[in-house]
Design a protein around this ligand. Structure first.
Ligand code: G3H
Ligand code: ZN
Length: 278
């Protein structure tokens, strides 16, 4: 089926899973998991993943598009954590329905200015745009910030001004999660999520969702999170299964033998996350 516009899947009052694609096997596993769960899904490719592919967006985007095109569930394609204006400008030609401009590490005013420019480009090209205010830590291998560090969390009043000033369609918020957690011990601030939902007129996005428990994800969606971004948990499942397959058969040389195990494990993880969001 054709790609679904991201805006159609990010509906207030519901939870939608957005999963990070690094390789073809990720895209296949995410769509297999969504099919098993009978849920729509967002495939997202980050600027970091593009860097892994020698800076080329085309091949990995084409793979994701092709896998999405063969799906029987709704699939949207999103470009994630983009800092490079050049990469952002490539999104329309590669079939993306949405982008996330990530200028969260800049000062408030610089974040607003850069995001507003990105939003003008996005809307001028029919793209839905998400951006981030606050500091969801753990990006690029950085240690997560202390949970209550000043400025680490998104302030509701500032978030309302930010959305108005930038014109974004969704807001990624810092509410206690961190990227790249390999265990699920993040403690979310549900009161803050509810306050942000009340203050901000656009859907809220949770990053670093791999570190949040199933119960935490359910409460987060009930409190106002709509788009739930998951990456690391997929790699935990994939790499664990590949490691097990290699250990079980030290003579194996055909990558299909162990990649299939990794892909199956990843699909199971996707289905499990989606069943929590249902
Ligand atoms: O944008 C992607 C997500 O925030 C993924 O975070 O790898 O910690 O699940 P995660
Ligand atoms: Zn993220």
């Amino acid at each position: 089926m054709p790609l679904v516009p991201t805006a159609e899947l990010v509906v207030p009052g519901t939870g939608i899973g957005a999963f990070n694609v690094i390789t073809l096997e990720h895209a296949e596993a995410i769509v297999a998991g969504a099919t098993a769960a009978n849920r729509p899904v967002i495939l997202q490719i980050s600027e970091n993943a593009v860097r892994f592919h020698a800076g080329a967006l085309g091949p990995v985007a084409a793979a994701a598009r092709a896998v999405a095109g063969a799906a029987t569930v709704g699939v949207a394609l999103h470009l994630d954590h983009v800092k490079s204006p050049d990469l952002l400008r490539q999104a329309p030609e590669h079939g993306f329905g949405s982008v996330m401009a990530d200028f969260s590490e800049l000062s408030y005013l610089d974040n607003v200015a850069a995001t507003r420019e990105a939003a003008e480009f996005a809307h001028g090209h029919g793209l839905w745009i998400e951006s981030e205010l606050g500091a969801v830590g753990g990006k690029d291998g950085a240690p997560p910030p202390p949970p209550h560090a000043p400025g680490a969390r998104t302030d509701p009043a500032e978030a309302a001004d930010y959305v108005k000033a930038t014109g974004v369609d969704a807001l990624a918020v810092a509410v206690g999660s961190s990227h790249a957690m390999t265990s699920r011990g993040a403690e979310l601030d549900f009161e803050l999520i509810a306050a942000l939902r009340a203050a901000v007129p656009v859907p809220l996005v949770l990053h670093g969702s791999s570190g949040v428990t199933d119960a935490g994800l359910r409460r987060a969606v009930a409190a106002g999170i709509v788009k739930v971004n998951v990456g690391t948990a997929l790699n935990v499942a994939f790499t664990g299964a590949v490691r097990g397959a290699l250990a079980a058969d030290p003579a194996v040389v055909d990558p299909r033998r162990y990649l299939a195990k990794g892909r199956d494990a990843m699909a199971g993880t996707v289905a499990a996350f989606l069943s929590v969001l249902a």
